[in-house]
Every structure is written in C-alpha cells, then in structure tokens.
Design a protein around this ligand. Sequence first.
Ligand code: 5AD
Ligand code: SF4
Length: 482
Amino acid sequence: MNVNIDYEQIDLSKPAPIEEPQRQYYFIAKARKLVKELSEKAGRPLTYITQTFGCQMNARDSEKLTGILEQIGYIEETEEEKADFVIYNTCTVRENANQRVYGRLGQLQHVKKANPYMMIGLCGCMMQEPEVVEKLKKSYRFIDLVFGTHNIYKFAELIVTRLESERMVIDIWKDTDKIVEDLPSERKFSFKSGVNIMFGCNNFCSYCIVPYVRGRERSRDPKDIIREIEQLAADGVVEIMLLGQNVNSYGKGLKEPVTFAQLLEEIEKVDGIERIRFMTSHPKDLSDELIEVMAKSKKICKHLHLPVQSGSTRILEKMNRRYTKEHYLNLVDKIKKAIPDMSLTTDIIVGFPGETEEDFQETLDVVRKVRYDSAFTFIYSKRTGTPAAVMEEQIPEDVVKDRFDRLLKEVQSISSEVCSVHTGTVQKVLVESLNDHDSTLVTGRLSNNILVHFPGNEEMIGSIVDVKLHTCKGFYYLGEMV
Ligand code: 5AD
Ligand code: SF4
C-alpha cells in the first residue's frame, strides 16, 4: 500500500510535527532531500537491500522498511556487497539466528570500508535484547543505526538523525501501546499480502523470548484493518494472511471488544479478496465460534497452523502452554468433524528441559493421531531471560539430536501420506511464480497451503485457476490446468 502524500509540498523550514503519522511524513520528506544530496555527491543513485530473518511478522515489517526506503529515494539492489544501505531485520527466537547475524556483520565490515556512502542498519527482535546492543556498541562500531520492534515506524526519522549527526544512532523502546497507521509499505508480491491484526504476546510460554522482545499484546482497530484490506483488494491483492502471535485472542483489549471470528466475518465481506489465511493460533484460545465461521466460510483457507509444541501434558505444563494432550486432541477431533478436508500443521520442540523418553513418546503419539500435513520441528534453544533457561535437567545434545531425527522421520512419512490424498482431484490454485528450475512451469498454492507445479506462463501469476493434481511428490504435486 502506498499513501498518497506529496512529500515535495512539506515545508521543511518549520519544526517537525508532534502527531503521527504526520511527523514521519515530514521526516520522509527530509530524508529524501538528504539522500538526493548524497546521491548527487556520489554521482549515481543510492541503493538498498532489506534482509529479513525469521517469521512472517518480520517479513511484513520488512515491507514497511522497504516502503520507507523507496519513498526516501533509495533504489533496490539484490546483492548485499553492492548496496549503499543494508538493513537487517533480525530474529532471536532461537540462538542460531543470532549467530548468523554476527557472522554476516563481520563480512559487511570489509565491504563498508570500501564504500564511503554505505550505511548499515539493524532492527527487529534481536535488538530488543540489552546484551546484544551492548555487544554491538563495544565490538561493532561501524554500524550506523540500531532500533527495535516497537519503533520501526520511525525509520525515516532515525535515518535523518544519523545523516545529520555522523554517529551511531541507537533507539530501543522497552514496550509500547502505540500503533501508527498509514505509513508507506512496499509489497513483495502483487497478489498477496500479510496484514497485521495484532502485535505482541501475553502468553509467556516458558521457552519463548517473543513476549520480551515484542511486548504486550495489542490489537489494531477493526476499522483500520478493514480499510487496509479494502485498499489491498483495490490494488489487485486476492489473498491475505492475517498476522498475530496469537490471533485467537484478537480484540480483547479494544474499547469495543471484537472476537477474531467476528473480524473474519467482516473481512469475508470485502469484494476482491478470494482467500483468507491467518497465523498463529494458540490451542488454548481456539473457540467453537471460530470453527463455525471457518466451516461456513467461502474464503477462509482450509489450513490451520496449530502449534502443539509437545505431546506430553507434563511438559506442556512446564512450558506454560495451559492445555493438556487430551484437550489438544479433542480440539483436533472437533475441527476435523466440522471441516473434514482441513489441513493441519504444527510446531514441535524437542529437548525441552526435563523431557524424558516417555514424554517424547507422547509427542510421537500426538503426531501419529493428528496426522499433520506438515510440522516445523525445532531443537529446544535456551533463551536467556526466559524461565526455561534456568530450569534444571537441560537435555544432553546427543539425546536431543536422536529424538529430533526420529521425530522428523515420523513427521515426514506421515505428511507424504496425508499430502497424497488429493491425487486425481481438481483444485483451485493461486499461481504465485514461475517455477525456480523450469520456466515452462508455474508454481501455485492450494487452499490447504500445498504447492503444485504445472505448465503455464508468467501472465498467469496472481490468478486463481483449476488444476488437476496428477502426482504427489511427498510435499508437493505435479499437475495440469483444466
Ligand atoms: N527453542 C526452540 N524453539 C522455539 N520456538 C520458540 N521458542 C523456541 C525456543 N526457545 C518455536 C516454537 C514456536 C516457533 C515459532 O518457534 O515452536 O511455535
Ligand atoms: Fe511465544 Fe507462546 Fe507467545 Fe507463541 S504464544 S509467541 S510460543 S510466548
């Protein structure tokens, strides 16, 4: 979405407005002027690259960063070494995500020495950790800009501060209750888009760092959400993905409380939107009302991502998930009864502190009973500051690795069986791209999120077509348009 602002008309001789988003429009105008001057000095256009780590929420945030960079006059570059502005939108949900960022920063330092116009920005979840910022201040002085998850809307203002001050700019907020609407964003796909419906998380699962780095749960006003979706539809978007850490608790803190199911019913009415997806659902909050709305909806996709994390009630309690194995399995039964062709996916952690072989067997039991279409499996990663990090009985690496391998094998063999049940049927498919390996093929997505490759061309991208699914190749199909 792009807001229609004539930045040239903004009077920069006046002080910056206090109100948002007007304040940010002012700084976008100011940054445009500064970037133009720099570009004239360099004798060439200046370029940027946005690198995103982590989840869909970060992917959406990156579209907002990209929107601002485009508005202030940077041009997209696809190679990091050639870009004048490199921004990393970081993730910290597992330790290896942090390590990857440090590794890449080391390489960028050399590139920066050779390019006087180069700036490096870091933002996202990892920056909300005080130890990270301390380390950057001490050992990574060549970084220009550091900000967190709560103030990305201020990106243009921070760039101006940096350009006017010639020093490392750091701006991290602990939390916020503010949601700034109507800022520019640049969509990665023309035909589908993520839409934030809420920010933050109040659940404090004992292994998870998200509540500490994304702050308390706050929902966007339904009117703002509908307005954004209407604009997206007018712009040619046919599929939207509603984003929140726990969409099932949407609306709780609003002045006029609304349930997630009610929000979905409103979104269903928007003409032009053909498919509605959402993530993530917490099993403890998934209501009967939501199942009913999904069952009768024509637009909500037949796919539910329902993270189980563990199959052992004992471990679920230590994880502070607030449901039992039985509650989860009953919920799955209820969903399958109401919507038989629903595809279910999940997240599973192995090696949580204190997990015994018996606990692990309970997880395998859930996997066999639910028969997931696919599952993201993770090795438990200790996150400093979370309750689980100081729990006794951290599990030895070799034991965890062995369980992880066994789990993966089980998940994969079940999912290839589950996936193949649609062989021979005709399904609606949203064409997303040309096939990466064979340009006579296109790649599309079924309502249940499975991919299918079939003969086609670039012009079909963004349209929904009928495809006969000929063969299943484990996680995807080969098919033909009918
Ligand atoms: N270690 C391993 N996996 C984790 N996740 C969240 N925190 C951790 C952690 N400390 C997983 C959960 C969550 C997914 C997004 O990441 O399974 O659902
Ligand atoms: Fe983390 Fe649990 Fe919140 Fe998901 S619901 S973001 S796992 S604390």
